[in-house]
Design a protein around this ligand. Structure first.
Ligand code: GTP
Ligand code: SPV
Ligand code: MN
Length: 593
């Protein structure tokens, strides 16, 4: 390959001096090169080839035991001033960060190959798109990036002699958690990740570029980078309404993005079109509407719980050309996980590489799982039966509604709508959710996670809220803003709402409200549905459960308001007056009603 970009050439050479690999290989994006690399990774044991008769094109990988989820405590925004990173981010001075990580990168690739992956987030040549180049010593990373992004020589051609790109450096180094750092330098358009081999830490086009760096770029360039799925809902008449939804990690984005309409709604002939399952980049176009693209070309999805009942489209998507990470490996070289279709295998090798049989217990008497709770599949979007024809449209799709949502056993009702854009930004800013296996931390503990972006916002979140408010002023056809909660439980811990495909019943209400076709009940927190407006045909839901799903307890919300106040206080006087106003108005309405 001929490299015409002098700055790129210089940077690759500097980084290779630092990491000291035995050789450098540029990724072309060809099938032949991919197969060669895959063969090499199989021969070293980095990757295991799966049963090609049953799972054609599929491979298997295990990460290190302490390297199975994003490590938010080791993830930093590196800006000259702490205030630029804000109270929700870890912060390090750029010089200190380069020095600290530099000493870990030093000679980290001795005896290894450095792969150079030019990649485009978004269709090549689209005004939405951004280019990155990732240097890595992991073939696993290369194979994932080839699924998740547009990668290879065509990107170099697009970059030309002096195009801008994000400099992404990754080394597994010794996979030691004590020597692991995920560093972002927004001012330098640079990402350094060292000491990990787990997806969200090392596929640098994903959370690092497409959210942390892109949110920073979006603020200065006037667009938005969000942790959102994108889907289209086609009705009987053939009209497609596009929505985005921001839920925290492992809270249902992939599932919602490819849902199958429930039998009870079959008569309405809805069709769902999947545009994206994790990230949305949104811009205002000339028509005054907000348009979104999904910058990724693959899904990096949670495996456990995926089956023909919960997510039949994902099951179909992952039958071929898929990388399985940290699931159970069966003797016939197929895979299994908790909540998979079919019967539990009699034996296998678990995600830690140990022999496994059902009902094994650890020393504390807890069941030993075959698959890690955050095991993942990497699979091409285009294999999804519901993939939208517009997945790689350079202009994206026009958005009519934005949904926020979290995992809350109590408090938040099934669905409610904001009074307007400003109140909608407030709803996003007060989002909270229980911690899941997608990140290290106390599982189940509720934490505030505005717009599902706390782990992913590349700058001070108070400025991020301002950016949302400013964008609203510029959008002529503002999407309507909603909040959902699929995870409300009764006292015994049973989910009150069936979820999955049945979520379409709520989306239907959201679509109708976005088009201002139906009325709603005004409550202190926002507008909730009249019960008659949620189509429950064919669903066995007791009236009592629906009441509980839509219930709003003022005393609990007043308690929540105090917690929100504490959260806002972290930002000092940086929190916008508009949001302070919304909080005070909420409290007033709660006290009055
Ligand atoms: P990330 O890839 O980490 O960003 O996660 P995600 O938001 O895409 O979540 P995903 O769709 O993979 O779902 C995570 C977990 O939530 C899985 O175990 C699902 O089975 C479960 N889940 C998804 N949707 C629903 C739902 O509507 N109701 C219930 N009860 N569980 C759900
Ligand atoms: C998430 O945790 O939100 C994910 C998986 O989508 S990761 O790529 O690991 O961030
Ligand atoms: Mn995600």
């Amino acid at each position: 390959m001929q490299i015409k970009h002098k700055e790129l050439e210089k940077w690759v050479s500097e980084m290779s001096k630092l990491c000291n690999p035995d050789k450098i290989i540029w990724i072309e994006g060809s099938k032949a090169q991919k197969e060669k690399l895959q063969y090499e990774a199989i021969s070293t044991g980095e990757i295991i080839i799966l049963n090609q008769k049953i799972l054609p094109g599929c491979i298997y990988h295990r990460t290190a035991l302490n390297d199975v989820a994003r490590t938010e405590n080791l993830t930093y925004i590196c800006t000259p001033e702490r205030e630029d990173a804000g109270p929700t981010n870890n912060w390090m001075k750029p010089e200190e960060a380069y020095t600290k990580a530099g000493s870990i990168f030093k000679n980290s690739m001795v005896g290894r190959t450095m792969y150079v992956i030019p990649f485009s987030m978004g269709p090549i040549g689209s005004p939405f798109s951004k280019i990155g180049v990732e240097l890595t010593d992991s073939i696993y990373v290369v194979l994932n990036m080839l699924i998740m992004t547009n990668a290879g020589e065509k990107v170099l051609n697009e970059l030309g002699e002096n195009g801008e790109f994000t400099k992404c450096l990754h080394s597994k180094a010794d996979l030691n958690i004590e020597r692991r750092l995920i560093l972002h330098f927004p001012q330098d358009n640079t990402i350094w990740s060292v000491g990990s081999g787990y997806g969200g830490n090392v596929l640098l086009g994903k959370k690092c570029l497409s959210l942390r760096i892109a949110s920073y770029m979006g603020r200065s360039e006037g667009w938005m980078a969000e942790h959102m799925l994108i889907l289209g809902i086609e009705d009987k008449s053939g009209e497609i309404t596009y929505i985005t939804a921001a839920f925290p990690s492992a809270c249902g984005k992939t599932n919602l993005a490819m849902l199958i309409p429930p039998d009870g709604l079959k008569r309405k002939s809805y069709k769902i079109w999947t545009v994206g399952d994790d990230i949305a980049w949104m811009r205002i176009r000339k028509d005054g509407s907000l348009w979104a693209i999904n910058p990724e070309t693959g899904f990096f999805g949670v495996v456990p719980g995926t089956n023909s009942k919960t997510n039949p489209n994902a099951v179909k998507t992952i039958q071929s050309n898929t990388i399985y990470t940290n699931v159970l490996l069966k003797e016939d070289k197929t895979v299994w996980w908790e909540g998979a279709d079919g019967t539990m295998p009699e034996s296998g090798i678990d995600w830690t590489g140990k022999p496994w049989t059902p009902y094994l217990k650890d020393n504390d008497g807890k069941p030993i799982k075959g698959a890690n709770p955050n095991s993942r599949f990497t699979t091409p979007i285009k294999q999804c039966p519901t993939a939208s024809k517009l997945v790689d449209d350079p202009n994206g799709v026009p958005i009519s509604a934005i949904i926020f949502g979290g995992r809350r056993a109590s408090l938040a009702p099934l669905v409610y709508q904001s009074f307007n854009w400003q109140h909608g930004v407030f709803l996003g800013s007060i989002m909270a959710s229980e911690i899941t296996a997608a990140q290290y931390g106390a599982q189940g503990v509720v934490r505030r996670d505005p717009m599902a972006m706390v782990p992913f916002c590349g700058y001070n979140m108070a400025d991020y809220f301002k950016h949302w408010l400013e964008m609203g002023k510029k959008i002529k056809n503002q999407p309507k803003i909603f909040h959902v909660n699929w995870f409300k439980t009764d006292d015994s811990g049973r989910f009150l709402w069936p979820g999955y495909g049945d979520n379409l019943r709520v989306l239907e209400w959201i679509v109708e409200r976005s088009k201002e076709k139906i009325d709603a009940v005004k409550t202190p927190i926002g507008c909730i549905p009249y019960k008659k407006d949620i189509d429950l045909t064919g669903l066995d839901l007791s009236g009592n459960d629906l009441d509980r799903l839509l219930e709003i307890k003022n005393d609990e919300w007043l308690k929540e308001a105090r917690d929100i106040k504490d959260f806002y206080t972290k930002f000092g006087d940086k929190i916008s007056v508009e949001l302070q106003f919304e909080l005070n108005s909420l409290i007033e309405r709660l006290l009055k009603s």
